[in-house]
Design a protein around this ligand. Structure first.
Ligand code: TYD
Length: 141
């Protein structure tokens, strides 16, 4: 999987495979996760074909997003390049840096999304309008 958008890359977690006793998957701050994790949240119950989430970018927040069960489609747009990625492996996530528009859709049955975040929730860090996002990019570049 090659990521072409700015401020995003593939994160692979450590796995310990215990044969018949299951698989242990590990994320540590400063190792696979490039920031101190201040918040973790997960998304479940995306029952509808039409369910969509995201539709925003962050000014400063950094996150890593995983699909720890099932699959979903992640769309990334850095203002110049757009890319769709299918996340369907519990140990493979995407680093979502700042200034990156993202949406999540096409959730499989029992999809579970897990997000690790560099900061506490702050609505002021969100840009929730795509045109505003493009204007914001011009002001900072
Ligand atoms: P949002 O981040 O837009 O969700 P998604 O990207 O998954 O579509 O958040 C949805 C709502 O939940 C919004 O009103 C903000 C609130 N929220 C919190 O209060 N705390 C949080 O940590 C998160 C992630 C969201």
């Amino acid at each position: 999987m090659q990521i072409i958008t700015k401020n995003a890359y593939l994160v692979t977690l450590q796995r310990i495979i215990d044969d018949k006793d299951g698989i242990l998957t590990i994320a540590e701050s400063g190792k696979q996760i490039p920031f101190k994790i201040k918040r973790v949240y997960f998304i479940t119950d995306t029952f509808y074909k039409s369910s969509e989430r995201g539709h925003h970018a962050h000014k400063d927040l950094e996150q890593v997003i995983f699909c720890i069960n099932g699959s979903f489609k992640l769309l990334l747009n850095d203002g110049n390049n757009e890319q769709e990625v299918i996340l369907d492996k519990p140990d493979q996530g995407i680093f979502l840096g700042k200034e990156l528009w993202h949406t999540m859709s096409d959730f499989s049955d029992n999809c579970i999304i897990l997000v690790m975040s560099s900061d506490l929730f702050n609505e002021n860090d969100y840009i929730r309008d795509f045109e505003e996002f493009k204007k914001y990019l011009k002001t900072i570049n």
